[in-house]
Design a protein around this ligand. Structure first.
Ligand code: F0G
Length: 365
């Protein structure tokens, strides 16, 4: 017997991917080929400094979806959508995207041996996301137009042959089914649902998915309550808040630069059924939250920070009672958008390798 066999090996709990873990809640059968990169099971990280800011006995947690395989929450829906597409004989998948859906579709399609076609708004996708789509071998088409125009084009294209070319935007119910597992995880990690769940809102698929997940877990007797769903759009891309589509949306948070969300009605339902809110935060509020999150050791992309900006805005109106438990989803990793991060570097410091000079610089206020 080898020496190693005498020792007690620390047990590594192997995560099988979210389809295996939550199989009974998902639209798959034993015949479905599972395409997984072991997505899900992302950390829930407490942010005590932010909780203290909001008032006594208020807990704040980040659901860090940047820890997924392609560094955004899109992988949850994509593992289901691509598995189903493969099982049902598709040869290719197509999506419109502000970047993250495209990166995820490209990765999972690559793994499944399917082609990926992605249409993105020209000049409005963060560099990290674009590099992922390129490296995973997607056919990337930059369209002269915004996300809403791209989505209309891919819907029309997919309609021509929906079996062979599968649409994998969140209008595909398999995407929503996969994404609802994030709500299951939050309940499993906290021991119950939170009182409030804060999310950025773009095309409104994710708020739809979380609400479905929270309701389903409560109905299954696995959580005792459902949270208020708190969705935040960027101020100049806030169609749901202003009540009409926006033709030319703008925001530093390019992921949620969307003027006519496909799941608009479902977002309203999530808000109203949960007694929640859909509101807007300014780019300045988004960037302040972006820096605050990063200062606490977690790097999330600007769109993700809309959830925390929303939390702070709501908290400032005295919205929270003691005992509130708030979860903010950080939807994508900060490295997705290095250009926005680098704009925070106001004074590049260049110096000769001289210890005294460097010491003076380090000690400067
Ligand atoms: N946060 C990030 C980082 C996103 O990429 C998105 C959407 C959202 C939030 C909003 O989620 O659309 O479900 O309301 N990104 C899509 C894309 C549009 O193409 O990657 P939503």
């Amino acid at each position: 017997m080898s020496a190693i066999a005498h020792r007690t090996r620390p047990r590594l709990i192997r995560w099988p991917g979210l389809i295996e873990h939550y199989r009974r809640f998902l639209p798959v059968t034993d015949a479905t080929p599972i395409v997984t990169l072991y997505e899900g099971n992302t950390p829930l990280i407490e942010a005590p400094a932010i909780g203290d800011r909001l008032g006594p006995n208020i807990k704040v947690y980040f659901k860090n979806e940047g820890a997924n395989p392609t560094c955004s929450f899109k992988d949850r829906g994509m593992t289901v959508a691509i598995s189903k597409a493969l099982g049902e004989g598709s040869r290719a998948v197509i999506c419109a995207s502000t970047g993250n859906t495209a990166a995820s579709a490209a990765a999972y399609a690559g793994r499944a041996g399917l082609k990926a076609y992605v249409l993105i708004p020209k000049g409005a996708v963060a560099l990290g996301k674009l590099s992922q789509s390129v490296m995973h071998g997607a056919r990337v088409v930059e369209v002269i137009g915004n996300f809403d125009i791209c989505l209309k084009v891919v819907r029309d294209l997919a309609e021509r042959d929906p079996v062979r070319i599968r649409l994998v935007n969140s209008v595909n119910p398999d995407r929503i089914a996969g994404q609802k597992t994030a709500a299951f995880e939050v309940c499993d990690q906290l021991g119950d649902a939170p009182t409030h769940h804060f999310l950025p809102v773009g095309n409104a698929g994710n708020i739809t998915a979380y609400w479905a997940g929270y309701k389903e877990y409560q109905q299954a007797g696995l959580s005792g309550r459902v949270p208020k769903m708190m969705g935040y759009q960027a101020a100049e891309s806030a169609p749901i808040v202003v009540g009409h589509p926006i033709d030319d949306p703008h925001t530093v948070a390019t992921a949620i630069r969307i003027g006519n969300p496909a799941s608009w009605t479902n977002a309203i339902k999530a808000r109203d059924e949960s007694g929640g809110l859909i509101d807007a935060v300014t780019d300045a509020e988004i960037l302040a939250a972006y820096r605050l999150i990063a200062a606490g050791g977690v790097f999330a992309e600007p769109a993700s920070a809309a959830s925390v900006a929303g939390l702070l805005k709501y908290g400032a109106t005295g919205g929270f009672k003691p005992g509130s438990v708030c979860v903010c989803t950080l939807t994508g990793h900060g490295l997705k958008d290095p250009d926005t991060a680098m704009k925070n570097l106001s004074h590049p410091i260049v110096v000769e390798p001289e210890i005294e000079k460097i010491m003076r610089i380090l000690e400067r206020d």
